[in-house]
Design a binder for this molecule. Structure first.
Ligand SMILES: O=C(O)c1ccc[n+]([C@@H]2O[C@H](COP(=O)([O-])O)[C@@H](O)[C@H]2O)c1
Ligand SMILES: Cc1cc2nc[nH]c2cc1C
Length: 350
């Protein structure tokens, strides 16, 4: 049995506001095109907000979806699965890589355990309140989740997006934490794009050549095991994904449906964006790509979605760190559209 969800098209951001924002950009006291992609990002934010010039981004919220993955016990990562729970505790303590970046750029961070293989009884109860499973299945041997677990995790993601929007989010970011998660994320992208394991497999946390070869084999085996069952995006999440990836996908679908712009992160975030676009065609119009990760599958999925990343810093941390790093660029895009004089003001008689 596969979980089916009829694709629900998403309304695009306001075309009228987009055109007004383009007119404002063209009229600024700058040579046409001189602001490059900063101008395009400002126009995108204005149309997503439905207002010209766009409002300052004072309430930016990141949700980190955490979970463990059965494949992590099969040599696909350079690190042991116990790191996942340890990093959840580190996010709670505000000491992770993304914590430092988020504090620097005033981004609110929420971490949620969807499937960490640890009871995590020592973290605040709201972090573990949405646990669906203790570890998702090893995808080369078994399905990651049952149909019910997949739907449950997806719906949790949607609810979490609604909560963040109710808290005033003007921009949502999605992050991930989970040793082994680059394997299911790459597999999901391979299945969606019809690509072989050899094209999507990357080094993740830094596996050596033997590790890379083994990881490619695991992905190839997972794709072979599920062939014919990945035409449906929810079935892809159940067979090749995980609870954290299903929740992250629901979060992105809900953000787009509610008309709130999203800044994507690395491989996991973009694999979920690709899946969200399959579930809710048009969702991608609400997404911008924060950065290019070193993972080949992330670039392949970004190309398919037609997204050009804001930053390309060789980052591969995950956690939402690439998205948070791009936040100052988005704030710059808002500032130029808001605060630069119009050329007509400088030369009223021209
Ligand atoms: O965001 C990315 O593109 C990215 C690339 C490589 C690694 N990561 C992070 O590293 C972990 C997964 O790597 P791995 O090798 O265990 O599959 C997971 O916690 C991710 O957040 C993240
Ligand atoms: C230390 C560490 C931190 C991480 N953050 C995201 N993935 C990670 C993997 C490791 C190993």
């Amino acid at each position: 049995m596969t979980p089916h969800l009829a694709p629900k098209p998403v309304q695009p951001p306001s075309r009228e506001t987009q055109s007004l924002a383009q007119d404002r950009l063209a009229g600024l006291a700058t040579p046409p095109g001189a602001l490059g992609r900063l101008g395009d990002l400002g126009v995108w934010l204005a149309s997503a907000q439905g207002v010209v010039p766009p409002s300052p981004l004072d309430n930016i919220r990141l949700v980190i979806f955490a979970g463990d993955h059965g494949v992590a016990a099969h040599g696909v990562s350079a690190y042991p699965p116990a790191i996942t729970a340890a990093m959840v505790r580190t996010f709670v303590a505000g000491r992770a890589g993304v914590s430092a970046l988020a504090a620097a750029h005033d981004v609110h961070v929420r971490v949620l355990d969807l499937g960490v293989d640890d009871d995590l009884t020592d973290v605040p109860s709201e972090v573990i309140a949405h646990k669906v499973t203790r570890g998702s299945g090893a995808i080369h041997l078994e399905d990651a989740l049952t149909v019910e677990q997949t739907t449950q995790a997806f719906e949790i993601g949607r609810t979490v997006a609604r909560e963040e929007i109710a808290a005033g989010a003007q921009l949502l970011l999605s992050g991930d934490m989970g040793i082994g998660n680059t394997t299911p994320a790459a597999a999901i992208i391979a299945a969606a794009l019809g690509l072989p394991a050899s094209e999507v497999t990357g080094r993740g946390t830094g596996v050596d050549d033997a590790g890379l070869a083994g990881k490619e084999q695991v992905i190839d085996q997972a794709l072979g095991r599920t062939r014919g069952r990945t035409d449906d995006p929810m079935a892809t999440l159940a067979t090749l994904g995980s609870a954290d990836l299903a929740a992250s996908t629901g979060y992105l679908v809900e953000a787009a449906t509610a008309g709130v712009p999203v800044l994507l992160d690395g491989l996991m975030s973009v694999a979920c964006a690709l899946t969200a676009e399959r579930i809710a065609p048009g969702a991608v119009a609400w997404f911008a790509a924060g950065h290019r990760s070193t993972e080949p599958a992330q670039s392949l999925a970004l190309s398919k979605l037609g997204l050009e990343p804001v930053l390309d810093l060789g980052m591969r941390l995950g956690e939402g760190s690439g998205a948070v790093s791009a936040v100052p660029v988005l704030r710059s895009a808002v500032a130029v559209l808001r605060d630069v004089a119009m050329l007509s003001e400088l030369m009223p008689d021209a």
